[in-house]
Design a binder for this molecule. Structure first.
Ligand code: SAH
Ligand code: SF4
Ligand code: F3S
Length: 439
């Protein structure tokens, strides 16, 4: 037997890229590769990239530049770029950085082993096709390795919403849902391998409409079917669009025992004028009413969001509306970004906000979010919640995990092991995590 070749993957961007990197590692496992933790050891380096903001995309080139020395020492080293920058820039990447051997878009990963062989033969291999086939079906995994207690599972990919600032519809393609039986089979397989919590992924995961034996299934129906899998303890999903928050999904948050009380529901702005320019197709008011209905179904649900500040033509009054919306909702967590101009998107053509003004707005917004986050976390003290333990903590005997509401949490002198779900009484709240004792 020949010694396995070594693959180093570095992952940028969202959770879907994390999932994709796992699938690529499995596909390359079939081609005789094992994954390593350092680029210096590798026979092949893959960067799984993100194009969402300019900074993320530019990072790829500085990272590639760092591999020059490695490639000079080891001429057989192959370097590949995967993910959303690969899709957006294609051949241009090889032109700008000639040490790149291979460029593969997010819908062509199943062709990776064959592309690697071409790269080994000295060719430049490029594939940014978006074929109409289930790439995941070609990415069947290697021998069933044991897994940690949590896993991602992509059920939907792509986006048809075309928000005016966003590259995702171009890099991930049109909205596609995976068939129900394949999702359920993958979930059962994960559970057999030790997984206790599954986070369903999609760019618009709540628009899921996968083919079932009796027609298309909604995300809620899929969640109810997952709820029946013995050994699976927790279900989460991300990311949702406000317009696809259907009645059955809202109801599931109240009724489905394994569905966790956490919802990431990006709004981007609190100003109707800006929402319209963003092509978000919901209003401030429809979002607020939606939050009310979700909270009526599940009063303790933790709401998380995404915000963009400094979107073209955003005025002080628009920004004040966003701050006001944040105050009304009360976020348990949020991610906020300064608007970044993306070539090819409609918003790139509009009048840009002064960058210093955008910075100041971002700071103000983030201070408010931090305050809300901390208040929500502090309010957990004294409550008893479920915690799934994920790994030992820094102190001897300590275990760390995530609460039902996705708060990081640790228990000292903890008798529970990795993968155990236990009830924990929360005793204190620190800057980044909660501390508790087994109830
Ligand atoms: N499909 C998801 C996530 C998209 S990307 C959704 O609809 O919410 C994640 C977040 O990045 C977005 O919610 C948005 O807040 C941010 N984002 C996207 N494009 C951006 C841009 N051009 N500049 C700054 N932030 C952006
Ligand atoms: Fe981007 Fe909007 Fe689609 Fe989300 S819904 S991926 S922000 S275009
Ligand atoms: Fe980035 Fe692509 Fe995800 S642009 S956020 S890696 S879908």
């Amino acid at each position: 037997m020949t010694a396995p070749k070594k693959l180093f993957i570095k992952t940028y961007g969202c959770q879907m890229n994390v999932y994709d990197s796992e699938r690529m590692a499995e596909a390359m496992g079939g081609a005789g590769y094992e994954q390593v933790g350092r680029p210096e050891e590798a026979d092949m380096i893959l960067l799984n990239t993100c194009h969402i903001r300019e900074k993320a995309a530019e990072k790829v080139y500085s990272e590639l530049g760092r591999f020059k020395g490695l490639k000079a020492e080891k001429p057989d080293l192959k370097i590949g770029v995967a993910g959303c920058v690969a899709q957006a820039e294609g051949e241009e990447i090889m032109r700008r950085q000639p040490l790149v051997d291979l460029v593969v878009g997010p819908q062509a990963y199943h062709r990776l082993p064959e592309m690697e062989a071409r790269a080994r033969a000295g060719e430049k291999a490029l594939d940014t096709d978006m074929p109409e086939e289930d790439k995941f079906e070609h990415l069947k995994s290697r021998p069933k390795a044991r897994r940690g207690p949590t896993a991602f599972l992509t059920v939907q990919e792509g986006c048809d919403k075309f928000c005016a600032f966003c590259v995702v519809p171009y890099t991930r393609g049109a909205e596609v849902s995976r068939p129900v039986d394949r999702v359920l089979a993958e979930a059962r397989d994960l559970v057999e391998r030790g997984v206790r919590e599954i986070t369903l992924l999609g760019q618009n995961v709540n628009a899921y409409h996968g083919a079932g034996a009796d027609g298309d299934w909604s995300l809620a129906r899929l969640i109810w079917a997952l709820n029946d899998i013995d050994g699976l303890e927790r279900i989460r999903f991300t990311t949702s669009h406000p317009n696809d928050m259907s009645d059955d999904l809202i109801a599931a948050h109240g009724d489905c025992a394994k569905l966790m009380p956490y919802l990431h529901l990006p709004v981007q702005s609190g100003s109707d004028r800006i929402l319209k320019r963003m092509n978000r197709s919901h209003t401030r008011d429809s979002y607020l009413r939606l939050i009310e209905r979700i909270r009526a179904a599940r009063p303790d649900i933790l709401i998380s969001g995404d915000f963009i500040v400094g979107f073209p033509e955003e005025t002080d009054a628009d920004f004040a509306d966003t701050i006001d919306l944040i105050r009304q909702v009360g976020y348990g967590q949020a991610f906020s970004f300064k608007y970044s101009t993306r070539p090819g998107t409609p918003a790139a053509e509009r009048a840009q906000v002064d960058p210093q003004l955008a910075d100041a707005r971002l700071q103000e917004l983030q201070a408010l979010i931090t305050e809300q986050q901390r208040a929500r976390q502090d309010a957990m003290v004294g409550q008893t919640v479920g915690v799934l333990f994920e790994k030992p903590g820094r102190l001897p005997g300590q275990m760390v995990g995530k609460s039902d509401h996705l708060h990081a949490l640790h228990v000292d002198d903890c008798p529970a092991g990795v993968g155990e779900l236990r009830q924990v009484r929360i005793v204190s709240s620190g800057p980044n995590s909660l501390a508790g004792v087994l109830a």
